[in-house]
Design a protein around this ligand. Structure first.
Ligand code: LMR
Length: 329
């Protein structure tokens, strides 16, 4: 019922947008949940700058950061309803729309962000951008954020036994839920905008995220230890409403696609720069200890999380997992 309403409203939004274009610049809204000083925040602003330069007088792009317009729970629905035209949720948050994208949440699948990039640029990676088209969600690009680290309010975070019984905030992903259960911890799905307070008040003991998110959200101020696990990836898919996109005048769609390609290159460069910078800033702040891990420690985390793969390989597909693994070479 909800989806039917959303699809119908998508058609209304489409005719409204084209009509509005005839009278003045088409207003295009880009909503996201992170701060402006993050790779995604900067990428969205770059997209605005280039789109308005390429399509003068034709489009006006409005960017809404920090869940100001829509948070995690509502942004996809808002896109389907035509209330916003671009969002860039982390890949973990598409779990409800396609099982295949769960691939990206498998722990220790990719060795580093370069391997993630190689997979995303491969045919299999590019095909996933259209995996939700039957749900009216079209992926236009991947944007990097970076590799995930684990943090907690305990002094030690060296081995899996250090998180037993602790409560961890997770994104809305069944794979991540299984990952923390495999560690003997208690996962709790929660919107990004609520994490700082949940950590501060002890509603949860820990979380997993990139350096840039932990710095911009000040998680390091309310956590005691951050372990350099690199155990997974948090990247984004910039998605639009497929009906709206297909119904755009040709020149507008072309200009927006070019702006998206240029903003993608920019956001990806920012991701490397921000993660490196924010890791140092967190270390310099001296509030949370950064726990370096030995090879043996990392192997122990990997082993403890291993059972997750088997649980999801049926839904994701063995071939797709093999294709992703190849990008490590
Ligand atoms: C999170 O919810 O932890 C992050 O994925 C938020 C984001 O968009 O980076």
């Amino acid at each position: 019922m909800r989806l039917a309403a959303a699809i119908a409203a998508g058609a209304v939004a489409l005719s409204f947008s084209v009509g509005a274009y005839a009278q003045g610049p088409m207003v295009i809204k880009f909503s996201h949940v992170v701060a402006e000083a993050t790779p995604k925040g900067q990428g969205a602003l770059k997209f605005k700058e280039i789109a308005e330069k390429l399509l003068p007088g034709k489009v006006q792009v409005q960017v809404f950061p920090s869940s100001q317009l829509f948070g995690d729970a509502k942004e996809v629905e808002a896109l389907l309803l035509g209330d916003v035209q671009f969002i860039a949720p982390s890949l973990s948050k598409f779990d409800r729309y396609t099982k295949k994208i769960q691939l990206y949440d498998l722990p220790f699948l990719f060795d580093d962000i370069e391997a993630v990039d190689r997979f995303q640029q491969s045919k299999d990676g590019q095909d996933l951008l259209s995996a939700m088209k039957n749900r009216n969600l079209l992926g236009l690009a991947y944007w990097h954020n970076g590799m995930k680290q684990l943090s907690s309010n305990r002094d030690k975070l060296e081995r899996p036994e250090d998180v037993k019984g602790l409560k961890f905030r997770i994104q809305a992903s069944d794979v991540l839920e299984a990952q923390f259960r495999a560690l003997g911890a208690n996962p709790q799905k929660m919107a990004f905008s609520e994490v700082y307070q949940a950590l501060q008040t002890g509603v949860v003991d820990g979380q997993e995220n990139t350096w840039s998110n932990m710095y911009s959200q000040k998680f390091y101020e309310v956590q005691k230890t951050i372990a350099n696990t690199n155990h997974g990836v948090i990247d984004y898919m910039v998605v639009t409403n497929a009906k709206w996109w297909d119904g755009l005048p040709e020149d507008v769609r072309k200009g927006l696609k070019q702006a998206m390609d240029e903003a993608t290159a920019y956001a990806n460069k920012m991701a490397n720069d921000f993660n490196e910078r924010d890791r140092k800033l967190i270390a310099d702040a001296g509030k949370a200890k950064i726990q370096a891990l030995t090879k043996e420690d990392v192997a122990a985390w990997r082993k403890a999380m291993e059972p997750v793969w088997q649980k999801f390989e049926g839904d994701i597909g063995k071939d797709l997992i093999q294709a992703a693994l190849k990008s490590n070479q």
